[in-house]
Write a protein of this length. Structure first.
Length: 344
């Protein structure tokens, strides 16, 4: 478990800040659980808890139960209290020390890998009388390695049961990300009770029942799906077409995105990462938006592009990535050979 995870932090001008932790005018379609949480009350409850170094798991659970009674927290709020406390007090161990696999060590050292952080969440939630457990599987993650931005690693997250309903939790990703083996703490509520239809784009459990989907996704389908970043869903986008991790096509490429019709989404921009690692913003040939759908087309020099990054434009020269595609150059080279042969 020495792998690192990074939610598309690319050192370039195209994507120059992260959406993690940013609230979008109160909009939330990505969590099935946050609607039951008074986030302002949780912030007050956190301030009433002792510092981690002055306590242990059992003592902290006692204090959390007192806070739960004082602020009349429901089970969803109690679970979010644990979630947010861990994101504030525990650092993901980017170097993967085996000692950071267990809840007690994670609590005492303030550092853990995904299995240890998941174990800590389970332990603390159980002590608050919330049924929780760990889920083993793999996740997709992006790193700032130009040769392979998208990788899959073994990983552990959680589920909880509240009022008979199952919810998915990933405290590690909700805490931040590793960048060159250095943890960058950035809070996100996206991974608290995430909509399973969104969660499956990045998390694949060993046991298919923990997909919590009516139609099971097989591993090959999961592995080939488009690489969507949490910001995709936090901006209200629902689907993207093509829903594959690789773009193959002619010089003119078409993309289609659907979004929540109650929102007016920001403008879409597309950039390319060239084979030598440079960034290039591509000019759009067409851009239409109507009835919850955006359709765009652009030209791509396939021989020089390695990745495509779909972004939203927050302001001029300020873009946030929402999707990442590999570019298959072999097809374009074959097409060029055919074209050249036909001309002769």
């Amino acid at each position: 478990m020495n792998g690192i995870f990074l939610i598309l932090i690319v050192s370039c001008s195209l994507i120059n800040q992260s959406i993690l932790g940013e609230e979008l005018n109160g909009f939330n379609s990505y969590s099935k659980l946050l609607e039951f949480v008074r986030t302002d009350i949780i912030d007050k409850a956190l301030l009433a808890l002792p510092k981690r170094a002055q306590s242990d798991i059992l003592k902290m659970s006692i204090e959390m139960n007192k806070v739960k009674e004082t602020y009349l927290l429901n089970d969803a709020e109690s679970a979010f209290l644990v979630y947010k406390w861990i994101t504030k007090n525990i650092i993901y161990d980017c170097n993967g020390d085996e000692k950071s696999e267990y809840a007690a060590n994670v609590f005492n050292t303030g550092m853990g890998i995904s299995s240890g952080i998941a174990d800590l969440f389970k332990t603390m939630a159980n002590l608050l009388h919330i049924e929780a457990n760990s889920v083993n599987g793999i996740v997709k993650y992006q790193i700032n390695d130009i040769n392979n931005l998208i990788q899959e690693i073994d990983y552990v997250w959680n589920y909880i049961i509240i009022n008979g309903t199952y919810y998915l939790i990933d405290v590690s990703m909700g805490s931040g990300a590793c960048n060159r083996n250095i943890f960058q703490k950035t809070f996100s509520d996206f991974y608290f009770g995430t909509n399973p239809e969104f969660f499956i784009y990045s998390h694949f459990p060993e046991d298919n029942k923990w997909q919590l989907l009516s139609t099971i996704i097989e591993y090959n389908q999961f592995s080939s799906m488009a690489s969507l970043i949490d910001s995709f869903f936090k901006y209200g986008f629902i689907t993207i077409n093509p829903n594959t991790n690789t773009i193959i096509g002619d010089a003119r490429v078409y993309l289609g995105l659907t979004f929540d019709e109650s929102l007016n989404p920001p403008n879409i921009r597309v950039g390319g990462i060239t084979i030598d690692g440079n960034m290039k913003i591509l000019d759009l040939l067409s851009y239409t938006k109507s009835k919850g759908k955006i359709e765009i087309s652009f030209l791509m020099n396939k021989q020089k592009m390695r990745y495509l990054i779909v972004s939203v434009e927050k302001s001029p020269n300020n873009f946030i990535g929402i999707a990442l595609y590999k570019v298959n150059n072999s097809v374009s080279k074959n097409n060029l050979r055919k074209e050249s042969k036909n001309k002769v």
